[in-house]
Design a protein around this ligand. Structure first.
Ligand SMILES: *Cc1c(COP(=O)(O)O)cnc(C)c1O
Length: 236
């Protein structure tokens, strides 16, 4: 191998992915989770197409994006790739058609109007759109997501909509330094998840944990962690 053909960026991303997977597997082992029960979503927002290509080359297929226009540009540059695209940003109702056409997953559904628009606008020739409901677990006014007491009603609506598949819950808790405090809030989300799981086929995804707190999230039942910084480095 000619070392000059491998960029520093490529090596760094491949190494970071190995390290991220190692953290996930170590936490699965430590907290009695089945091996490979936690999926890795690589959050590539603000990072260039080349960064996604390097991650793809290192075996990563699921990518998370927060900004629609940026994501559409990247998708256009990667049409022949194996990428599965997850939208994890805030959802404006005038953007639902583009989201319904261009993504495999939407993590932040938080109101009935959005759910209905996604269901109506998802092209029927595509597989059903995988959706998670975002929970505002700390009741933060600045954050998207529904309050826990609104969850049963939204699940009921979404279970019955065509072209979408209600897959689970997503949460972004307020930052906490303390591991026990991180676990406590993730445990609250897990409880809500289990309450809805019985009546909802294919409700199997708990999207929780980011670069700084995946261990606490995995300890409390996360099935998908969303890691940006730990894979691609700090964002500008
Ligand atoms: C940016 C972002 C992430 C990734 O955060 P890191 O701390 O960089 O791992 C995860 N989830 C959501 C919803 C985000 O917006």
């Amino acid at each position: 191998m000619n070392k000059q053909t491998t960029s520093g960026e490529e090596t760094d991303i491949a190494k970071s992915l190995v390290h991220a997977r190692h953290r996930i597997h170590a936490a699965e082992g430590q907290y009695d989770r089945a091996a490979n029960s936690v999926a890795l979503l690589a959050v590539s927002k603000t990072k260039p197409v080349t960064a996604i290509q390097h991650a793809l080359a290192a075996g990563q297929t699921d990518f998370g994006e927060n900004y629609l226009d940026e994501a559409l540009e990247k998708q256009a540059a990667l049409t022949d790739s194996e990428c599965r695209w997850h939208y994890i940003g805030a959802i404006q109702s005038n953007k639902t058609a583009a989201l319904a056409h261009s993504f495999d997953w939407i993590h932040g559904v938080d109101r009935e109007k959005i759910a209905r628009r996604l269901a109506e606008q998802r092209p029927t020739e595509l597989p059903a759109l995988n959706c998670c409901i975002q929970i505002n677990i700390d009741n933060e006014p600045s954050k998207a997501g529904i309050l826990p007491d609104q969850l049963p009603a939204l699940c009921e609506v979404m279970r019955n909509l065509p072209n979408i598949r209600l897959r689970g819950l997503m949460v972004i808790p307020a930052a906490r330094e303390d591991f026990a405090a991180q676990r406590k809030v993730f445990a609250q989300v897990k409880k809500l998840f289990l309450e809805q799981q019985a009546g909802t086929p294919e409700f199997d995804t708990l999207s929780m944990g980011m670069s700084a707190d995946i261990e606490a999230a995995i300890a409390e039942g996360s099935t998908m962690v969303r890691m940006g910084t730990a894979i691609f480095g700090a964002r500008a």
